[in-house]
Design a binder for this molecule. Structure first.
Ligand SMILES: Cc1ncc(COP(=O)(O)O)c(C=O)c1O
Length: 433
């Protein structure tokens, strides 16, 4: 087949694509990817510290995962779960409970993170018989209607879409870097407690709340790491009032934090968990997960899917688990995370516009601010830095309400040399900007 150049093809058909996508994407003409690298048509090599936004956690085209997918494709690539309960799905269902947070051992497989969130919200209302949801300001849970209804990171994600799914109330997240009450972890927790009490006192009593939905680390919101006490407090409130606690681990899951899930990193147990992204290293798969006790109440026919739990994606997900088990992926994530964090902190010391450096494992970020002593966000500068990094061969991605956070999400298999190289590019890029 005759192929025209990527750039010429892009130019020709770009106007046929919905303009609703964000315009901040790096527009990389990648024609091939392997491990931690993206390769473009003009022969350039880029260190990819986005992993397709936290998806290719084992690196691009991991040979073992790829092979498992190919072998499954030779057998069959689709059969709806309602028709064939195929072997890859059954085997995955056998393996996943061994790595999930305690008690998370029943699964509804879908295709994406948004769909996993939809499932979680429907399940919570269905089993509790209550109407309300509490979500957190700055959170991101997806683009489908219910998922968008509980999302509040940017008003443009909500503009022109009203009315949303009713019964959603927003409370304050515990953000130690931006807490109006003070700079400490205790202040951040106290602030979030006060806010939740206000929601209960003024908007919806806890007896009417089906679930509290929270990202244990806010992703799109700017890689905000809350104090563990915040999540412990939510667990306690949920236990007190019979509310279900949903952890959205679409971004923080499958090894990103150095444990399989942030629930394990923080030592807090959710009632329902949403996963996607890294589960199958790039094949579309997601899941709503809960205990047998809870999910068994979701009666036959009350929720379903055509594509969810696709056999190729399930075979890939199974291979992902085998690689995690055999290759000490979590240990590498923790070690490389420490190396990366130390380097980022050293760079921060040289630049007053790097307001904060934070993260857990290899879920890392730098928040860019104006050096005005008021922590004013500087999305414009953050964008310039990202573009300079790109020119220098390192792909990062933005986050935060004004794009003011640079997130670095390398594969969990990244090597020490690659981390050093990325830090070198970061340092040079910050100086150039
Ligand atoms: C925490 C979280 N939840 C849900 C989603 C939505 O996932 P998807 O884009 O696969 O629908 C995302 C995507 O970035 C996410 O980060």
């Amino acid at each position: 087949m005759k192929t025209e150049s990527y750039q010429s093809l892009l130019k020709k058909v770009y106007s046929n694509l919905a303009p609703s996508f964000a315009e901040d994407w790096p527009k990389l003409a990648a024609t091939r990817a392997e491990g931690a690298y993206l390769y473009t048509e003009d022969g350039r090599e880029y260190l990819d510290f986005t992993s397709g936004i936290g998806v290719t956690n084992l690196g691009h085209n991991h040979p073992y995962v790829l092979n498992a997918a190919i072998e499954q494709m030779k057998k069959f690539s689709h059969s709806a779960v309602g028709i064939t309960l195929h072997e890859p799905l059954l085997r995955l269902t056998e393996v996943l409970p061994t790595v999930m947070p305690d008690g998370m051992d029943m699964f509804f497989f879908g295709n994406s993170g948004s769909e996993a969130v939809e499932g979680a919200l429907k399940l919570a209302r269905y089993v509790s018989g209550r109407p309300g949801f509490i979500a957190f300001r700055g959170g991101f849970h997806g683009r489908t209607y219910a998922a968008a209804s509980v999302t509040s990171v940017k008003s443009k994600y909500r503009l022109h879409y009203e009315p949303f799914v009713p019964g959603v109330y927003f409370s304050e997240y515990a953000n130690p870097y931006r807490c109006p009450m003070g700079d400490t972890a205790e202040d951040a927790v106290a602030w979030s407690k006060r806010s939740l009490e206000n929601v209960f006192n003024h908007m919806i009593p806890p007896t009417e709340v089906a679930a509290i939905l929270v990202e244990p680390i806010q992703g799109e919101g700017g890689y905000i790491v809350p104090p563990a006490e915040f999540l412990q407090y939510l667990r306690q409130i949920c236990d007190e009032h019979g509310i279900l606690l949903i952890f959205d681990e679409v971004q923080s899951g499958f090894g990103r934090t150095g444990q399989m899930f942030a629930a394990q990193t923080f030592g807090v147990r959710p009632d329902i968990l949403t996963v996607a992204k890294g589960i199958a290293n790039g094949f579309p798969l997601g899941a709503t997960v809960a205990s047998h006790e809870l999910m068994s109440e979701w009666k036959a026919g009350s929720h379903g899917t055509t594509f969810g739990g696709n056999p190729v994606a399930c075979a890939a997900a199974l291979a992902v688990q085998e690689v995690f088990e055999k290759k000490n992926v979590l240990e590498n994530c923790r070690k490389m995370g420490e190396q990366m964090m130390a380097g980022m902190q050293a760079i921060q010391k040289e630049h007053d516009f790097i307001g904060d450096v934070r993260g857990v494992g290899l879920m890392l970020a730098m928040e860019i601010v104006k050096p005005d002593g008021k922590k004013t966000t500087d999305g414009e500068k953050s964008f310039k830095i990202l573009n300079t990094m790109l020119d220098n061969g390192l792909v990062g991605y933005m986050a935060g309400p004004t794009g003011n956070v640079i997130r670095l999400i390398p594969p969990l298999t990244v090597t020490s040399d690659q981390v050093d190289k990325a830090l070198e590019i970061l340092e040079v890029s910050m100086k150039q900007v």
